[in-house]
Every structure is written in structure tokens, then in C-alpha cells.
Design a protein around this ligand. Structure first.
Ligand code: BYC
Length: 331
């Protein structure tokens, strides 16, 4: 979608108060910032961090579901799951390409993921032991992703906001296919219903953690909101997700595993119980049940793909040499 040749990192840019004020004024006028526009180094850095993390999440996110492609219960389920996992791969690629327009290479981003410097979403560090987990990922994880990503379609950085439009359309199909899997199980035999409830019990709290730390601990939110990278805070999006999901659970007769969940007439929102932030930070820092496996799988894929990258570069080099020789011969 974008090539690195488009990027315009300006190392010489002097960030005077006038420049910073003019940049903020563009943001406030809802103008999109494009790759070759002058931008503060911190704006560029924030976007590289967030888009990079987002891209890694899409690619690592293929692993828990990919685990079930060969074992999906029938052809229709297999075809839908295969398409969904491929979509996630596509999202990762658009996002790496969007990050590349900011002057970072995909190699750099991947190396940072593999050495533990770059994060990816905590949610993908949980296992998928049953078929119901695949339904739950679609329903809750893609549901949470939509809540977070629809506002990103209005992000101030043009390439990121445009990538998000297509991503959101696909996520919405993913959410519905997941909900349909869970609904089918919930309406099936007692064992099937129990399997769906068990998966909901395991995925509910990690899904709420996807939105990030509470606003009081979110170090990046204030500045990202001013730059209109983020349009809602972590807690605002988490609340929207809870409000939307409770009714969906009720409709299929499943119980959200939170005894403190209650409609609050005054606030016109659901109150919900305390999130275990210790678990969140433990998982983010590498101590979740599947962190090691996820990074090992990414490292294996990156190492095994080295020859493809080398072959593509060698081909590009040879083509350039051939073109240069042909041009010289013609002169
Ligand atoms: N997991 O200051 P905060 C998908 C980090 S993929 C891990 O609030 P920010 C899908 C955060 O990075 C969905 N780390 O940060 C794919 C920061 O650390 P650094 C992925 C987390 O950036 C396949 C620190 O905590 N979606 O949909 O303002 C199958 C403090 O946080 C998490 C995106 O990536 C977490 N959950 O806000 C199915 C969306 N939360 O970087 C589905 C784009 C926070 O300062 N990203 N951290 O070292 C965002 O919207 C924002 O980056 C976040 C965090 C809301 C996630």
C-alpha cells in the first residue's frame, strides 16, 4: 500500500513554539497529517509505537485461532475461520505499511517485537483449548477491537486512519461469526452450553484488559487525545464495550462472570467489578500463559522466511542492474 520511498522523516526540523502551535492548529481543524508533512518527533514516535504494537497484535493474533483451523467442526466453520485468520494477516500488513510511512522499517519493528522491546496486545497470551474459545475470540476480542478501532478511523494520521476503515469492516464480520459460534453452542446440548460458558469465564476479564490500563495509569492517553490519535480514553471505550456486550450475553443465556455487574440508573451505564491489574501487567511483561510460545512462533516464522526476503532483495537488485545496463546501452 505504501512504500518506504514515500517516507519523509525530517531530522533537521526545528520544533519552535510557532511550529508546534501551527501543527496543533492543523490537528484542531481536523486536517489529516500525511507522511511527508512536517510533524513533531514525539508525534511520529507515538504513532510508530502504537501502529507497530497494533500490527504485531494482528499477526500474533493469528496464532490462537490458527490453532483451530484443522479442527474446525465442519467445512463452513473451517472456511470462515480460514478467511478470518487471513484477514488478520492482511490487517498486520496494512499496519506495518502505515508505520513504514513514518520512517521505520518492518525489519526494525519485527526485531523489536522479538527482543521484547515492542509490545503486542495482552489478549493473545491466553490459550485456546476448546472450540468455544474461537467463538469467544470473535465475539469478545474482535468486539473489543471494533470498539477501539472505529474511533481510530478518525485518527489524525492519514495512512493509519485509512487503513482502519477497511480493518473495521472486516472486524465486524469477525465479531458476528464469533457470536454465531457462541450462540450455536449456547443453544446446543448442556455440554456445549457449558463449554461456551467456561470460555466466557476465561475470556471476559482479559477482554476488558485489552483497552489498556485505567485512565489514571495511562501514560500516553493525554497527549494522544490532544493529537487526536486517540478519540476516547481507555476507560471510556471499556465502558462502551461492557454496555454493548452485557445484552448480547443475556440474549443467548450466558452469564458474565462478574458478581458486581449491575445497571446503574443514574449513570445509565453498567457498573462492573475491579480488574486484576496485577495480572494485566504480568501478561504485558511476558508472564502470561502463552507469551513464550507466541514469541517463539514469530521467531521461527521470521527465521524461516529469511530466504524469501533475501531472494526478493536479490531479485530487485538484479532487476535494477539489468535496467541500468539497458539504459547505458541505449545511450
Ligand atoms: N496489551 O498509556 P497507555 C485485534 C501498554 S488486535 C499490551 O494507555 P496507549 C485482533 C501500552 O502500549 C487489537 N500492552 O497506552 C487481531 C503502553 O506501553 P508503552 C490490537 C498494552 O498506547 C487478531 C502502556 O501499556 N489493537 O484486534 O495510549 C484477532 C500504557 O498504556 C495494552 C490495538 O493495538 C494491552 N492490552 O493505549 C482478533 C489498537 N494496553 O507502549 C483481533 C491500537 C496498553 O508506552 N492501540 N498497553 O511501552 C491502541 O488503541 C492503544 O495503543 C491502546 C493503549 C488502547 C492499546
Amino acid at each position: 500500500m505504501y512504500s518506504q520511498g514515500l517516507t519523509g522523516e525530517q531530522s533537521e526540523l526545528e520544533e519552535t513554539p510557532e511550529f508546534l502551535a501551527a501543527f496543533q492548529a492543523r490537528i484542531d481543524r481536523e486536517e489529516k497529517i500525511e507522511p511527508n508533512d512536517p510533524m513533531p518527533a514525539a508525534y511520529r514516535k507515538t504513532l510508530i509505537r502504537q501502529i507497530g504494537q497494533h500490527a504485531h497484535s494482528e499477526i500474533v493474533g493469528m496464532l490462537p485461532e490458527g490453532n483451530w483451523i484443522t479442527r474446525a467442526p465442519n467445512l463452513r466453520r473451517k472456511a470462515a475461520l480460514l478467511a478470518k485468520v487471513q484477514d488478520e494477516g492482511g490487517h498486520g500488513l496494512y499496519l506495518y505499511a502505515a508505520a513504514e510511512t513514518l520512517g521505520v522499517s518492518r525489519e526494525q519493528m519485527t526485531e523489536e517485537l522479538l527482543c521484547g522491546k515492542a509490545k503486542y496486545s495482552s489478549i493473545f497470551n491466553y490459550p485456546t483449548p476448546t472450540w468455544a474459545d474461537i467463538g469467544l475470540i470473535g465475539w469478545l476480542v474482535d468486539g473489543a477491537a471494533i470498539m477501539n478501532q472505529v474511533p481510530l478511523c478518525r485518527c489524525s494520521y492519514g495512512p493509519y486512519s485509512r487503513a482502519m476503515i477497511r480493518v473495521c469492516k472486516e472486524e465486524s464480520f469477525h465479531q458476528r461469526q464469533g457470536y454465531e459460534i457462541v450462540r450455536t453452542l449456547a443453544e446446543g446440548s448442556a455440554e456445549q452450553k457449558e463449554m461456551a460458558q467456561d470460555a466466557l469465564n476465561r475470556w471476559w476479564w482479559p477482554s476488558l484488559m485489552m483497552f489498556g490500563p485505567s485512565d489514571s495509569d495511562s501514560v500516553n492517553s493525554d497527549q494522544s487525545m490532544k493529537w487526536k490519535i486517540k478519540r476516547f480514553t481507555n476507560d471510556e471505550l471499556r465502558q462502551k464495550f461492557v454496555d454493548a456486550t452485557v445484552v448480547q450475553a443475556e440474549k443467548i443465556g450466558l452469564t458474565i462472570p462478574d458478581p458486581d455487574l449491575k445497571w446503574n440508573e443514574e449513570r445509565e451505564h453498567y457498573d462492573f467489578g475491579a480488574i486484576d491489574w496485577e495480572e494485566f501487567w504480568r501478561v504485558v511483561k511476558g508472564g502470561g500463559p502463552m507469551n513464550r510460545d507466541r514469541i517463539a512462533a514469530r521467531k521461527k516464522a521470521w527465521d524461516e522466511g529469511a530466504w524469501v526476503r533475501e531472494a526478493a532483495l536479490a531479485h530487485a537488485r538484479k532487476r535494477l542492474e539489468r535496467e541500468a545496463a539497458a539504459k547505458e546501452a541505449a545511450e
